[in-house]
Design a protein around this ligand. Structure first.
Ligand SMILES: Nc1ncnc2c1ncn2[C@@H]1O[C@H](COP(=O)(O)OP(=O)(O)OP(=O)(O)O)[C@@H](O)[C@H]1O
Length: 254
């Protein structure tokens, strides 16, 4: 049987900043409903690559297709409606309430969302309606990230792009929110692409892990394959970190 068409297809995507080749000819197909993690050293081009997908960064060369359609031919707000994103550094609007923050995507797209829908979105990220009138500074970091996820889901996107969404959180909250996002990914039938520095998080949440180095994808494996030693030296150096931690903890436990 033929493979189903990919939901997202990157073709020779290239981006240079002066002398720096941030993304170097990346070609990649993402299957519908897959959960893909993008890992790699700082500066390897992960964020730049992610941002080309929703046109926060325009590539110098190459094309990106969403369900076969070149994203440059889509209206920006139509594209944003189909792709939710949670990016570090693109936080909540500080002077807007939780409700206003969640409603911003639909509003820009010319739609309104009612209180019941805001309540349903809050419920998705396990917050009750009492948070709707709060301002971002009245929330914890983990609650803010939950609102960020609710905001990204407000337009019922097909694709969820996340750049280190849990980076600034304590390990317990990070773990819980990671699982929550994985549940939502399955429940809502999303295709998720998540940048993370944490190989353990990638192995535990994703069904496919891409490793970037100097603007290129140098490994493209399932967690199982990575744990079996595949993917090459850069990938294995990253897998060695959680593996060594697990070994040291097992030794401590005696
Ligand atoms: N707007 C920009 N102007 C100039 N150089 C940039 C810009 N954005 C990124 N770069 C450079 O491109 C390269 C890739 O950066 P990018 O942020 O994509 O890496 P990353 O893998 O996401 O890193 P990190 O894990 O530290 O977030 C880096 O060398 C970075 O300094």
């Amino acid at each position: 049987m033929a493979e189903p068409a990919p939901i997202l297809s990157l073709q020779d995507v290239t981006k240079r900043y002066g002398a720096i080749q941030a993304v170097d000819g990346v070609s990649l197909d993402l299957a519908d409903r897959s959960f893909v993690a993008l890992v790699g050293a700082s500066g390897s081009g992960k964020s730049t690559l992610l941002k080309t997908i929703n046109r926060l960064v325009e590539p110098d060369k190459g094309a990106i297709l969403l369900e076969g359609e070149d994203i440059r031919r889509l209206e920006p707000h139509a594209l944003r409606r189909r792709m939710g994103y949670v990016f570090q550094g693109i936080g909540l609007f500080p002077h807007m309430t939780v409700t206003e923050n969640i409603a911003i995507g639909p509003r820009i797209a010319g739609a309104t969302i009612d209180a019941a829908r805001v309540g349903a979105l809050l419920q998705l990220v396990e917050l009750d309606g009492s948070y709707s009138a709060r301002l971002p500074h009245e929330l914890s970091g983990g609650q803010r990230q939950r609102i960020g996820v609710a905001r990204a889901l407000a337009c019922n996107p097909q694709v969820l792009l996340m750049d280190e969404p849990f980076g600034a959180l304590d390990p317990v909250t990070r773990n819980a929110l990671g699982r929550k996002v994985r549940d939502l990914h399955i429940r809502l039938g999303l295709t998720t692409l998540m940048v993370t520095h944490d190989m353990a998080e990638a192995l535990l949440l994703a069904d496919r892990v891409l490793v970037m180095e100097q603007g290129r994808i140098v490994a493209d494996c399932t967690p199982h394959e990575l744990l079996a030693g595949d993917g090459g030296s850069t990938a294995q150096a990253l897998v060695a970190v959680p593996r060594e931690q697990a070994r040291a903890l097992a030794e401590l436990a005696g």
